[in-house]
Design a binder for this molecule. Structure first.
Ligand code: G4P
Length: 298
């Protein structure tokens, strides 16, 4: 499966974001906690040079707790503050204020020495499509925040939101496009639903997910769909598991043929929504056993 797709409007969006970044002190980068590396954009290191950085492991509710902790340690070992959050339920949002202060410590200290006190840190949120930027901004800014009105950002229609005395947030997130460095990265992004499904063969994608789950979380498929859906790491076993899901869930076409497309959609939706449990698909090198990771969130 060849996953390559670069929408034309991204070039324009990136240019606008470059201008917005000039206005901020801090870049808050959202990544998907299930695939924190695949959901990053390598351009951000270049775009964010000279700026304070904070990484939010968003959708932490869908990823394993041990995986989340391993990634926090990993990013901190790289000198980048990181916080795990669930923007939908607002879990973890309270820790952000302290992380912002830590990420911007040098800047705040420099200002203090120059007699500039109480100047709010200005931040913008960036990330790839569907990572949860809008949800995060809505949850974090909430109702209490006020639009400052007089200082537009560069992106058309964008505004600063004053969150409190110490932090202002640009209300328009910067959209980055992931770079498909490898087939694996493309697959990870497709599994979490971050790339346009229409360009993908759903059955093949589901079969690849079955292979990965069977290798790392062998109890997940039988746990969800029953003993007859064991999966396996070979394509033939994965297709057999997909047929098993079709059988168990009654995905049958006229003439009693299995509707594998429907079964594939069912599996992918179950994974994306967390119905298969909290599953991290990517770990920092050297992190502990993946098999111990699974925690059920139902
Ligand atoms: P974007 O601006 O980066 O493109 O992403 P957006 O906020 O639109 O979020 C994309 C999807 O991810 C939304 O689901 C949103 O609810 C979900 N989401 C965002 N943050 C979290 C999180 O921390 N945990 C979980 N579990 N989900 C999160 P959707 O199905 O597209 O929309 P909706 O059904 O929620 O309205």
């Amino acid at each position: 499966m060849n996953i390559q797709w670069y929408p034309g409007h991204m070039t324009k969006a990136k240019r606008a974001m470059k201008e917005d970044i000039k206005l901020v002190d801090l870049i808050i980068e959202l990544v998907d906690a299930r695939v924190p590396l695949s959901s990053r954009n390598p351009d951000i290191d270049e775009l964010g040079r000279q700026k304070a950085r904070l990484i939010l492991l968003n959708k932490a509710d869908l990823a394993g707790e041990k995986g989340n902790d391993a990634w926090i340690s990993f990013f901190e070992s790289q000198g980048i503050q990181a916080v795990k959050v669930d923007s939908r339920s607002r879990a973890g949002l309270k820790q952000i204020q302290a992380a912002v202060a830590e990420a911007c410590r040098e800047k705040i200290e420099r200002n203090r020495k120059r007699g500039i006190l109480n100047r709010p840190v200005r931040a913008m949120v960036v990330g790839i499509p569907n990572v949860g930027k809008s949800t995060f901004i809505n949850s974090y800014a909430g109702k209490a925040s006020a639009r400052t009105g007089n200082k537009p950002g560069v992106t058309k229609g964008s505004q600063w939101i004053r969150l409190n005395k110490t932090l202002e947030l640009l209300d328009t997130p910067g959209i980055l496009w992931p770079r498909f460095e490898s087939r694996e990265v493309g697959l990870h992004l497709a599994f979490i639903g971050s790339i346009n499904d229409e360009i993908l063969d759903r059955e093949e994608l589901a079969a690849e997910l079955i292979k990965l789950l069977s290798q790392r979380y062998p109890e997940v498929l039988p746990g969800r769909y029953g003993k007859e859906v064991q999966g396996g790491t070979h394509m033939t076993e994965a297709v057999a598991a997909l047929e098993g899901i079709a059988r168990v869930r009654g995905c049958v076409l006229k003439g009693n043929e299995y509707d594998l497309k429907k079964a594939a959609n069912l599996l992918l939706d179950d994974y994306r929504s967390g119905r298969l449990g909290r599953i991290t698909l990517e770990f920092p090198q050297g992190a502990g056993s993946v098999k111990e990771e699974r925690e059920t969130c139902q």
